[in-house]
Design a protein around this ligand. Structure first.
Ligand code: URA
Length: 435
């Protein structure tokens, strides 16, 4: 077999066999097939797509490139959630302790900020001392005790995705449905949860800009996951505006804790509770999503998820008392306000522009090796649908330094869109996609 023939076959729209895919990906991971050939293949996949059988084969080959987390013996049910990525998208940090409060265990293996989207690990590491590089023994122990554990991908888990994702990121091949499907599901299958709720985002701040493409991605994920033996359901949710009122690393952790104390913003709570309700169903705790949501609301009201969140901070190396003390104060000194440029209504705050400006502020990174700032970010005082008077504060901004603050302000101001009449209310959750 030769890599060039596999690339040419995909270029010409032919279906690749599992053996051909295994040859290419296996050779890449072994260092025998160079970046430039895999880049050419990824671009061919981007334009030609993959059949369901090819997507499943790619996912399986990627999964087999590394180790699978051993969760045998951890009392279940084990259910995880994954988002395809967005701005202010912090539901994982609320969901994990919330469903743990129902007796579900969530083994969460998360990623870092890349491009304009935030990363769960960067947010958690904004808590001083919090470790996201758990050994598998620590992961198992914390998962069994706290009901959830949060860790990063290790060197051993899905090395094919680590290599391929970094290559796609610099070759314009991230936004491919089969490549995203294989990337997400290989990692989720390696994590060993078996049951998965997906938050598939569409809109300006998501990889899929249109809802039809978001739906195609959701169907690809659900169908491929089901074919691999996972129990899986997906919600298609709007990412045209950032979720919640905070964007930033410590800021988002703080907002999640507000949610666990019953003080979360309505949009964030809505998406979180609907995802949690599906996790309750997959975990066998509820007959349907309506009952699941009721159970989740009752768990929140009991205060148990809040206590589990604080217990997890301690288990992963942080100090819960210090965290509580830092709330509302742990902010960069480089601060400014964006004021309303017009009178009337905010029709939308554009998620893409906020995400991109956020990278400049220090919330995210352009390259995997760039550091992020724990204290940079944004707080919205108004969002889409709110009435506003000229010069009223729309957002407070914190940057990693003076120069980044000055550079980001024009883009942040441009992210705010106005209308003279109340805008049409956005539908946050468009539909559920099941097998
Ligand atoms: N998230 C992933 O893990 N992989 C992708 O390809 C896109 C989003």
């Amino acid at each position: 077999m030769r890599a060039v023939d596999i690339i040419a076959a995909k270029r010409d729209g032919k279906e690749l066999s599992q053996d051909e895919i295994a040859f290419l990906i296996g050779g890449y991971v072994a260092g025998e097939i160079p970046d430039y050939q895999v880049s050419a293949w990824a671009m061919a996949v981007f334009f030609r797509g993959m059949s369901p059988a090819e997507t499943a084969a790619l996912t399986t080959v990627m999964l087999k490139s590394g180790a699978v987390m051993d969760l045998v013996g951890i009392p279940g049910p084990l259910v995880d959630k994954h988002s395809t990525g967005g701005v202010g998208d912090k539901t994982s940090l609320i969901l994990a302790p919330l469903v743990a409060g129902l007796g579900i265990r969530d083994p969460m293996m998360s990623g870092r900020a890349l491009g304009h989207t935030g990363g769960t690990l960067d947010k958690l590491e904004a808590i001083p001392g919090y470790r996201t590089n758990l050994s598998s023994a620590e992961f198992r122990e914390i998962l069994a005790r706290d009901g959830f554990a949060m860790t990063g991908q290790t060197k051993e888990t899905v090395p094919a995705d680590r290599l391929l994702y970094a290559l796609r990121d610099v070759t314009g091949t991230v936004e491919s449905i089969p490549l995203i499907t294989a990337s997400i599901l290989s990692k989720k299958a390696a994590e060993g949860a078996g049951a998965l709720v997906l938050d598939v985002k569409y809109g300006s701040g998501a990889f899929m800009k249109e809802s039809v493409d978001g739906e195609k991605l959701a169907r690809s994920l659900v169908n491929t996951g089901t074919a691999m033996g996972m129990r899986i359901t997906a919600l298609l949710t709007d990412m045209n505006e950032p979720l919640g009122n905070m964007v930033g690393n410590f800021l988002e952790v703080e907002e999640c804790f507000d949610c666990l104390e019953g003080k979360g913003p309505a949009d964030l709570m809505e998406v979180t509770l609907e995802l949690a309700a599906r996790m309750a169903v997959l975990g066998g705790k509820a007959a349907d999503a309506v009952e699941g949501r009721r159970l989740c609301e009752a768990a929140l009201a009991s205060g148990k998820p809040r206590e589990l969140f604080l217990a997890n901070i301690k288990s992963q190396g942080g100090n819960p008392e210090q965290f509580l003390e830092m709330r509302g104060k742990y902010r960069s000194p480089y601060r400014a306000e964006i004021k309303a440029a017009e009178e009337g209504f905010i029709s939308r705050i554009d998620a893409w522009q906020i995400g991109h400006a956020g990278v400049g502020l220090g919330v995210g990174r352009n390259r995997t090796t760039d550091p992020v700032s724990p204290t940079a970010g944004l707080q919205f005082h108004r969002k889409g649908g709110d009435a506003v008077k000229k010069n009223e504060p729309v957002m407070t901004v914190w940057a990693k330094d003076e120069a980044s603050l000055a550079a980001a302000l024009p883009q942040l101001a441009a992210a705010v869109e106005y209308s003279k009449t109340p805008p049409v209310k956005r539908t946050l959750i468009l539909k559920e996609i099941t097998s």
